[in-house]
Ligand binder design. Structure first.
Ligand code: PBG
Length: 331
């Protein structure tokens, strides 16, 4: 039987070359940012809650950056696991000029001056309470995460990272007004070239569980719902995006990525700034666990999940699979 069909979409899929011509979305290592964990120790430790990820020593960190760079990944974001003894209610270690993060920035820049170093701006690894901001206990026993005093500490943290050579600072705390405050603190200190990648729509997500295991940074008490966003809300993400754009953010981020593709798409349409998306630890772990069980083809699902995030509108993606994607792209 022969249908009378002028429109046959399959013609545009008939060979690998034709499919290449039609392809709308590219995924390459230059779109990726590789999150790396570090700790104060001479050796590298596998992270139990995130199989395939490592808490690096400074030497291991520099080596991993070099290997990722060799396969085309040029941007890295640093997360530090801090010893319990250094965690205080005022999170002073967050702006110690000789702290772990500033030393890591200098070590990476010494060995690989051309890579882009991004640092996380938030207090949770340094805060005795495990919250992203300073905590005030109320008379009824409940906790209040104090906004404006936190922003002051975040500014000190960002200046400390900028002095050590960070290229981009990335506030993940969700306090109000922190982008404007960081921009002005950086500019007043002569760090106007340092960019701000704002966690703009960061949801209060159960997908962060494995990450908090990696850093021992889970809140000791309460949850993060008074500062991170309600997963039910989309309009609120647009509001945050417009505020961060007006406050001077250079890049805005949606996090997590996979379960929030609609938010990536809407934020992409609402503002002109580049959009980043974070494929978080829980998304990583679901792919890892299913592949370890032999139930999924890991590499294929990694590429498809990241392509989906790009297709939704993300210019760049933070992913624990960054180095692996680089290896795949380089055959
Ligand atoms: C903390 C921070 C978190 C992540 C990045 N920065 C955890 C949190 O907010 O509790 C999560 C990353 C991931 O799950 O991969 N400011």
């Amino acid at each position: 039987m022969q249908l009378d069909l002028p429109h046959r979409p399959r013609r545009n899929r008939k060979s690998a070359v034709v499919r290449g011509l039609m392809r709308e979305t590219e995924l390459s290592p230059e779109h990726l940012i590789y999150p790396l964990f570090l700790h104060e120790a001479a050796d590298d430790h596998p992270i139990e809650s995130m199989p395939g990820c490592t808490r690096w020593s400074l030497a291991g960190l520099v080596r991993e950056v070099g290997e990722a760079k060799a396969v085309g990944v040029g941007a890295f974001v640093l997360f530090s696991a801090i010893e319990d003894g250094l965690k205080t209610p005022g999170a002073e270690e967050a702006h110690n000029a000789d702290g772990l993060v500033p030393r890591a920035i200098r070590a990476i820049k010494d060995a690989h001056p051309e890579v882009t170093v991004i640092t996380d701006i938030a207090l949770d690894p340094y805060n005795a309470d495990g919250h992203d901001g300073l905590v005030e206990r109320q008379s009824d026993g409940s906790l209040r995460i104090v906004n404006d005093a936190t922003v002051d500490v975040l500014c000190r943290q960002a200046l400390c990272h900028a002095k050590a050579g960070a290229d981009i600072v990335s506030p993940s705390d969700m306090m109000d007004g922190r982008v404007a405050a960081l921009r002005s603190a950086l500019d007043m200190a002569g760090h106007e070239p340092v960019s701000i990648m704002a966690y703009t729509a960061k949801y209060a997500s159960a997908y962060y569980g494995p990450f908090r295991g990696a850093l021992d940074s889970a809140p000791k008490d309460g949850d993060k719902k008074t500062y991170q966003m309600d997963p039910s809300n989309a309009r609120e993400a647009i509001r945050e995006a417009k505020l961060d754009a007006a406050e001077g953010a250079d890049i805005i981020m949606v996090k997590p990525a996979g379960p929030y593709l609609d938010i990536i798409h809407r934020v992409r349409d609402a503002v002109d700034l580049p959009v980043a998306a974070y494929q978080v630890s829980g998304e990583y772990l679901m792919i890892k666990a299913a592949s370890a069980g032999g139930w999924l083809d890991e590499d294929a699902v990694v590429l498809e999940s990241l392509t989906g995030i790009r297709r939704a509108g993300a210019d760049m993606i933070l992913t624990y699979f960054a180095k692996r994607v680089g290896e795949l792209a380089n055959g």
